[in-house]
Design a protein around this ligand. Sequence first.
Ligand code: PLP
Length: 373
Amino acid sequence: MLKISQPNINDEAIQAAIKTIKSGQLVHGEESHQFEAELMAFLDCKHASLVSSGTAALHLALLTLGIGPGDIVLVPDFTFPATANVVAMVGAKPVLVDVELESYSTNAYQFEQALEKYHGSVKALIVVHEFGYPVQMAPIIKLAKEHNLYVIEDAACALGAKCDLGMAGTIGDIGCFSFHPRKTITTGEGGLVTTRSKVYASRINLLRDHGIDRNSLDPSFTIPGLNYRLTNFQAALARPQLAQLPDWIEKRKELAQAYTELLSPLQAAGLLKYPTSNPGHSWQTFMITLSERINRKAVISRLANLGIESNIGAHALHNLEFFKNTTPVKNLKNAHFLSRSGLALPFCEKYTKDDLKQVTEKLWAILKEEYHA
Ligand SMILES: *Cc1c(COP(=O)(O)O)cnc(C)c1O
């Protein structure tokens, strides 16, 4: 089976993790400090705190900004549900906003339209750099300033994506990343919170670590906190991956270009659309959209029978039972379309152009048979 993607963990990374386990220093330690320092250098950001998942990162972002009951947070409708789940989990209300068909992400204009309706109680907006697409941040920052809103970046799948104002996840008030195995570098479970603010950073560090102030000579519990720490051996596993990330992103760009060329006859025939390119894209996922007349479920299962794993990409959150009444659905038509038509294809830097050719040929054969393409 050609999997949708594969973790890329070499022997050096595995040996580093083993060495750290053998050292006995399992949680806080040199590896996690070094990894944080390397991430700060890579992202060109002031503060970076490792945490136990991307969801933990998002949860800490909301807690740090004091978002809670009575507050509204604008959330893109087309994303992984964690983006909105954390808003509900702090007692605030997620209001779902439509996304662009090109970037699969919400732009400033779409956030502004939602603000006109809900302004007053809106405290923050969450930018999702979906699949590594770098959202244009300048107009969003401007909008947020005008309306006195916090900007949280869900860059869970966008480590290494480059936006107009800098690296994705370093531009808003707080940025969140994930190191889940589906992301480009992985620690199993894991995540990162970034910020420019020293005040937020120290709050994040307290909240992830039981509220313990480790900087004082006599570490004590200062506020109620959580345990959202990453382990030291997970950091050791990730450091060699981070060193290779720029090369991996380059390879992914080449492969995305190759897919685009391979798929262009199918796009010309009106059967599908390939995703929009962007020089700053980090290409965590390659998701096409199928024409509405194509039965996606059947395509996914026929591809699986031919040894090709594919999936739906992301969800339209308004279709989830517990978010159904959060926002009028008529404003969410792009997300709705993407959630019905999206097809994520096998994609990662380990794959060759020949692998992609196999995928495209098999997809073409299925569409030819079923839709006389
Ligand atoms: C993966 C992902 C998350 C969740 O990250 P975890 O590490 O799995 O908790 C959140 N938001 C988006 C956009 C994601 O892709």
